[in-house]
Design a protein around this ligand. Structure first.
Ligand SMILES: NC(=O)NCCC[C@H](N)C(=O)O
Length: 258
């Protein structure tokens, strides 16, 4: 069976100070967040993923959103240069973790900025959101890293939400899903399915037809269940207060050369 590892990172005690850009700040309950994180990790494990914890970064409030710090394609990890300066210190621990797992490591360099939340892979197509956190140089550097490996990098504008994957993700059959009011250009995707809730646009593919989704999207879970998928719901309410989604709490590594 191919290696199925997922990187996760325990929330910082300073989580409540995490960045908020597009929504009103609400008080975060750090203890509840920790319990929600543990349940999220448990859901990954239950569905066949070996979780690997990146060393905690207690001084980085947003470090739990580990997806933003690294982008994987096959065995190659691109360590990002997060668009928010306050998040740049998060990358060192992630770099160490992926190197230890045997990944080939590459980097986004100044003046490039890129957040992993802006990168959506659908087969060999890599959509990259050009928005508040990812700039044109970041997009170019991602192209340079992954196109020689056989990927097609497609840049898409993001203006309504924090990251591309705050707007859209993809089902196992490649259909892109999103809540229309939050999606800049749905016509960019060859197959697009509108969903009734904003957080319904976020799915983590667990394998087979199983989809890890936020409990805040019950109508979308019903819609996708009715299409023959198996939603697995987790409550990530404390992370949603900081513009986090199910996708951003892990990085799945499927192409490890090990
Ligand atoms: N990929 C993601 O959706 N990441 C969420 C990051 C939330 C964090 N508070 C931030 O603003 O960077």
């Amino acid at each position: 069976m191919p290696s199925q590892k997922a990187l996760v990172r325990r929330p910082s005690p300073r989580l409540a100070e995490g960045l908020v850009t597009h929504i009103e700040r609400e008080q975060v309950d750090v203890e509840l967040a920790l319990r929600q994180w543990e349940e999220y990790v448990e859901a990954l494990r239950t569905h066949g993923w070996e979780t690997v914890e990146v060393e905690e970064a207690d001084d980085c409030p947003d470090s739990v959103f580990v997806e933003d710090t690294v982008v994987m394609f096959r065995n190659v990890a691109v360590i990002t240069r997060p668009g928010a300066e306050s998040r740049r210190a998060e990358t060192a621990g992630v770099e160490e973790a992926v190197a230890r797992l045997g990944c080939s490591v590459n980097w986004v360099w100044e003046p490039g900025t890129l957040d992993g939340g802006d990168v959506l892979k659908v087969g060999d197509t890599i959509y990259v959101g050009r928005g508040g956190r990812t700039n044109a140089a970041g997009v170019q550097q991602l192209r340079a890293a992954f196109e020689p490996l056989g990927a097609r990098v497609v840049a898409v504008p993001v203006s309504k939400v924090l990251h591309l994957k705050s707007a859209v993700t993809a089902l196992p059959d490649g259909t892109v899903i999103g809540h229309i009011p939050k999606v800049d250009t749905p016509s960019l995707y060859p197959r697009f399915l509108p969903v009734p809730e904003e957080s319904g646009g976020h799915v983590v593919l667990l394998g087979g037809g199983k989809l890890l989704m936020a409990a805040s999207a019950p109508k979308t879970a019903e819609l996708l269940g009715d299409l023959g998928f198996e939603p697995v719901l987790v409550d990530i309410g404390e992370f949603e207060k900081l513009e986090g989604c199910v996708t951003c709490l892990s990085v799945r590594l499927r192409g490890l050369y090990a």
